[in-house]
Design a protein around this ligand. Structure first.
Ligand SMILES: Nc1nc2c(ncn2[C@@H]2O[C@H](COP(=O)(O)OP(=O)(O)OP(=O)(O)O)[C@@H](O)[C@H]2O)c(=O)[nH]1
Ligand SMILES: [Mg+2]
Length: 328
């Protein structure tokens, strides 16, 4: 996806005139890139329509070329989907539930999150509610040992809710309680029912869908169904190190209307970072100078018609617009 989007963008920068025909041409190219990177087809359609419409209809802010405008539009649309603002990890006592299909990286991510919060001075414990896979408890126990946090669970017990209730008694003393849940080959009623009950019992502040970055076209449906079952608060995209494709993660965010919170970039506990949407999209677009382009656009817009205070904050959006409407 990365390389191909760069190609499309260089076509824009090389073009001598950016007219309606070029906009249509570019949008078609972008569609092809997005589809080949496993992005959900509905999302591709929406994105390309939005970009096309704005590129053609919108009046240009003064001092901004149509070229710059088009690049900024593409950038904005991508950032919007994966979460405009960088995720801010909660630094207060709370519970985190990890859900996702088989092998997506839940257990590994539990260890990574534990390490992340420990490093920031929080006390952390892990609870394994995976009663389906043999040795699931043992795997989490080893992960816990690796990052030096206690792991609660009971490999003899087959009822996930019982394990959770017991675990929560022991977990009271900890700031962060991370619950690792079972994966399945596909979304079935058993899995959804169990996850729903676990979520109700735990009442976690964060409900993360853990999905592999290379998941492909099933990402949208998966995210949609997990979201309906528990109401996701974010996505953790794992294996971002081994896949150049980002379409799956983007589609998941679009389906559940939640941002990417963290990304996993390797198998080790430290291979983990808070996801920065703007940085990611800038990298994706291979447009290092996007920062100066964005501020140039803001300045131009500011001078022309908007309330500078909002623009200073860098978050002039529909919400701000409605606020202004309400105030008048
Ligand atoms: N390269 C890479 N590998 C990862 C990452 N996260 C997890 N893995 C690997 O993916 C495999 C599956 O990870 P698990 O954490 O066991 O996945 P899970 O979701 O708990 O799996 P189940 O409990 O069976 O559903 C392991 O081999 C991990 O080492 C990552 O960010 N990068
Ligand atoms: Mg697991």
């Amino acid at each position: 996806m990365l390389e191909k989007i760069k190609e499309v963008l260089s076509k824009i920068t090389k073009a001598s005139v950016v007219d309606e025909a070029l906009v249509r041409d570019i949008v078609k190219d972008i569609q092809r890139v997005m589809i080949s990177s496993d992005m959900n087809i509905q999302l591709v359609q929406k994105l390309s329509n939005d970009i096309k419409k704005q590129a053609i209809d919108e009046t240009l802010p003064p001092g901004v070329s149509r070229k710059e405008h088009l690049i900024k539009l593409i950038y904005d649309e991508l950032v919007k989907i994966i979460g405009k603002e960088t995720y801010v990890p909660r630094m207060e006592k709370h519970a985190i539930l990890l859900v996702g299909l088989y092998g997506s990286g839940k257990t590994t991510t539990a260890g990574k999150l534990a390490k992340f919060y420990m490093k920031r001075g929080m006390s952390v414990c892990l609870i394994s509610t995976d009663t389906w896979r043999p040795a699931a408890f043992e795997q989490l126990r080893q992960v816990g040992e690796g990052v030096k946090v206690p792991v609660f669970g009971n490999p003899e017990e087959k009822n996930a809710i019982k394990i959770l209730k017991e675990g929560l008694k022991q977990a009271k003393a900890y700031d962060i309680v991370i619950v690792d849940s079972a994966g399945r080959d596909s979304l079935n009623d058993d899995l959804i029912d169990e996850i729903r009950v676990i979520s109700k019992e735990l009442n976690p502040a964060e409900k993360f869908l853990v999905i592999s970055a290379d998941i492909g076209q099933t990402a949208f449906k998966q995210a949609d169904e997990f979201n309906k079952a528990v109401g996701l608060t974010g996505v953790i995209a794992t294996k971002a190190d081994s896949s150049g494709k980002a379409g799956g993660a983007l589609s998941a965010c679009y389906a559940a209307h939640v941002p990417v919170a963290f990304i996993g970039t390797g198998e080790k506990a430290e291979d983990f970072e808070v996801f920065d949407a703007e940085k990611f999209v800038s990298r994706l677009l291979g447009f290092a100078d996007i920062g100066s382009l964005v501020s140039k656009m803001k300045e131009a817009v500011e001078e022309s018609e908007f309330d500078p205070e909002d623009l200073m904050k860098g978050d002039y959006n529909l919400k701000t617009f409605y606020k202004q409407l309400e105030a008048t």
